[in-house]
Design a binder for this molecule. Sequence first.
Ligand SMILES: [Zn+2]
Length: 56
Amino acid sequence: MPIKDPELLAIFERRVLLKKVCRKCGALNPISAVKCRRCRSTNLRPKSGELAGKKA
Ligand SMILES: [Zn+2]
């Protein structure tokens, strides 16, 4: 289901990209997370960056 509204799309991308990925198990955690919710590792990296990646 493609999103056509650019405003919605921006919000959606922000919500998807504002995550942290566990380097140990690869689980997605909230951006505010300090520890992984799955393996409780503190080895998290932010999943951010390519906000303009898939713009046509
Ligand atoms: Zn983990």
